[in-house]
Structures are given as C-alpha cells and as structure tokens.
Design a protein around this ligand. Sequence first.
Ligand code: KG4
Ligand code: ZN
Length: 347
Amino acid sequence: MASVLAIETSCDETAVAVVKNRQVCSNVVASQILIHQHYGGVVPEVASRQHLETINPAIAQALSEAKLGWGEIDAIAATCAPGLVGALLVGTTTAKTLAMVHQKPFLGVHHLEGHIYATYLSEPTLEPPFLSLLVSGGHTSLIHVKKCGEYETLGQTRDDAAGEAFDKVARLLKLGYPGGPIIDKLAQQGNTKAFSLPEGKISLPEGGFHPYDASFSGLKTAVLRLVQQLEKKGNTLPVEDIAASFQDTVARALTKRAIACALDYGLETIAVGGGVAANSALRAHLTTTASAHNLRVLFPPLKFCTDNAAMIGCAAAEHFSQGHTSPLTLGVHSRLTVNRVMELYQH
Ligand code: KG4
Ligand code: ZN
C-alpha cells in the first residue's frame, strides 16, 4: 500500500494530506476565506503569498498527525493544474523540492481528477465506470470516468461555474463571500416558486438544446434585473424568496443534465464532488430523481467535496500503483482539460 504525501494549493486553501491508497491518515486544510472575504473574492497574489506562509507548518502537521516520518512516505504529489498559476507554483515547487531532498518519486495531479477521487475516500469499493458531476467555484462538468487517467468530459458550463453563480448572486444581494452556504441557509425560509427564473440552455445549430451543457450567467443577470426592479419600486428585497427561487433553478438544471447523461451513457452511478455538492436543494433533487430512474448517487462528506489534499493524494496513489510518475521538469498549467491527465506522467 503506497503512502503518499500530497499538497493542494490551486486556489485559496493550503492543504496537505497523507494517504495510504484510499485511506486518509491526515488531512490538514488551512483556509484563506477570512483573508479573501475583505475583497469579496479570491485575490490571486494574496493567495500565493498566504500559501507560502502556511505550507511548511501544514506539511509538518500532516506528517505528525499521520504519525509518519519521511522514511515511510513512498511518493510526494501536488496539484499542478488547473488553477491560479502563482498558487499552483507554491505547492508544486515545494513537492518537487521535497522529492529531490528525500529522494522520492514526484507526481503532478490534475485538480479535477482529485475531485473525482474524493468519492473513493468515502466509498472504498467504488470502481469505474461512473459519471462524475463536478460542481465547484471554478468548474461545472459531467465527466465519464472510464478508468484511472481516462476521462471524457460530456457536459460543462459554457460560462459561469455553478459555485461562481452562487457567489455572484450572493454578492449582488450583498450577502457576503462565499455565497453558496449563505444562499443555501436563507433559501430554507424562502418560497422556491416566488419568482420564475430562466434556466440557461445552450442552443444547437441543428435546433434543440445541448442535453448536458449548462449556462448560469443568464440566470445571474435575471436575478440582477429582478433585484433592480424590486429596488426601483422601493420594495424591501425578499432575499429568502430570491435565494430559494435561484437555488431551485440551479439544482433542477444540474439534476436534469446529470440524469440525462447517466441514462444516455448507461452509467448507473453518479458521484458528485466540489463545494456545490453541499447544496441541500441539489442533494434533494438529485437523490429523488436518481432513485426514480434506479440510479445511485454518491455525495462524499463535505470535507472531501471542498478543496483538500486527501483527494489529490488518492489520485496520486492510484497513478503511482500503475507505475506513473511525473518528471521534475513538469510545469504548472492554469488551464488543462481533464481529458489530458496522462500528459502529466511518464509511463
Ligand atoms: O470546491 P470548492 O471548495 O472550491 C473550488 O474548487 O472552487 O467550491 C467552492 C464553491 C463556492 O463557490 C461556494 O459558494 C460553493 O462552492 N458552495 C456552495 C455551498 N457550499 C459551498 N454552493 C451552494 N450551496 C452550498 N451549500
Ligand atoms: Zn476544487
């Protein structure tokens, strides 16, 4: 069983974990949310500097909680794509340096492959093929997981990610950052039918709509117009009703696409990942609709849905077990589709 020390610094969490294949020995996450909250979103340069401050103590804590020394670590991994370049560089450079100093193999990991592997941490018997619904602040994708390193993106957002839509709507309602958890909470007291909001659809040149692709920027603009109209009339904003109507529209749009995709591709399991997997409306809609179609839905615990290094370690351990390692010359990439994961390895 391979023990991997993994580092995740692609955005605003400095995370370090030690995993033994699918078993988590330690999982340290130092969140920067309180720092970025002042700016209403993640400031890339601030994120990089904060990663630099936090990375070494986080590594020491992860090793100590796992009760392991460097001699017992088999490989060192770090997220190297996609993400904020400066932030990725901190984690990747640290991992490569440690790999050199301790004479261990290095593995660069694709962040989205990590999110896919998050489900393995809570479902150790899960095996491909399955459909991954990845809904975070930066991504909204439906990915056909065929085997380790082999992924096909079947659907995605054409503009804003689902989490980004939650954050932008929260900002225009002046609710704070990150918006998802705040909107989710307010929506509990609201009426989902109070406002009819448009579900973004992607037209196809041959007519009809793309069955799996989504769009959330039109929905966000519709909420903006609604808020402007209500404010013009001098009304107090019914924030709970707006939150509930918006959240319900997002949850239904994601559910419809995920179910259609799973059925069309004959995939019996949908594994959900990313911060928006915490959303109560998405959980409810998807679970009910999936069971009506005899599909299985897996929602990992939230600590594995949001950014963490355990999921990165799990993906790295799987690649390592297949003989894949990365060259120390591997760079970081702000954008890299998950279909190109195998370009990170020499095998
Ligand atoms: O996966 P994640 O931690 O980071 C990225 O890789 O982006 O996801 C963060 C996103 C944020 O946009 C946040 O607003 C959203 O997940 N989020 C939620 C909820 N909790 C977090 N969105 C909707 N409902 C929630 N309960
Ligand atoms: Zn993420």
